[in-house]
Design a protein around this ligand. Structure first.
Ligand code: BEZ
Length: 219
């Protein structure tokens, strides 16, 4: 089977993140063991030593503390060699005064890229698009964002999605359009007529109608 024969299909939301073994800039890893119960942002970039990808790596470094504070591990991936990764990372660190402290997969045979549907063949048969997989501590894919090679990712959106997913899990709520941390969340709609009637009397809720109620949360 050639690389091109191996279909590239993305795991969907709620799927288990496919496990793999891969060479990275931090040595060989088995994904499930390396994850060790942490949230993971697994992201691909089209190629080392390209301009947009370089700006993105700098931004991943800038949000490294934010991610660590939320128990989120970053893991990069492209089909470049380990030597290319090392050279590019050294270049980024010296030119932008950042520390690329997360591992980057050298996916020369496209095994990881194809397992995660990072290669979108109408775009390129060889280079991954800019995928972002949000994987929770149980190894479940919770969100996926895909950007084309020509458009750099929004890091405010990546941070927003992580905070939203963690708030959803902690409080059993949903996050409205354009939600950011500190804003009111949405409580699940009532499932009985009695609960629907009760909604308007609940002082903790700000209800627009029986099916749309906001609530302030502490964190
Ligand atoms: C870039 O990172 O600048 C880039 C990479 C692949 C295609 C287009 C742009």
């Amino acid at each position: 089977m050639t690389m091109q024969d191996s279909k590239s299909s993305s795991p969907g939301l709620g799927d288990s993140a496919p496990d793999f073994e891969a060479q990275t800039t931090h040595g060989m890893i088995r994904f499930s063991e390396w994850q060790a119960g942490r949230w993971v942002i697994l992201f691909s970039h089209p190629a080392d030593f390209t301009p947009v990808c370089t700006t993105e790596f700098v931004e991943f470094c800038h949000c490294s503390e934010f991610m660590k504070d939320r128990d989120v591990a970053l893991l990069g991936c492209s089909v470049d060699s380990i030597y290319s990764h090392i050279a590019w990372i050294r270049d980024i660190e010296s030119k932008f005064s950042v520390d690329v402290d997360f591992p980057v997969i050298a996916d020369l045979d496209q095994a990881v890229s194809r397992k995660y549907g990072m290669i979108s063949e109408p775009t390129s048969q060889t280079a991954p698009v800019r995928s972002v997989f949000f994987i929770d501590g149980e190894g479940t894919v919770r969100a996926v964002i895909s950007y084309p090679p020509e458009v750099g990712r929004s890091f405010s959106e990546i941070k927003r999605v992580i905070e939203a997913l963690q708030v959803v899990d902690r409080h059993g709520v949903s996050c409205p359009a354009n939600w950011t941390k500190g804003e009111a969340v949405i409580v699940p709609p009532p499932k009985t007529t009695a609960d629907a009637k009760q909604r308007s009397q609940d002082d903790e809720l700000e209800s627009k109608d029986w099916y749309l109620s906001h609530k302030k949360i502490e964190d």
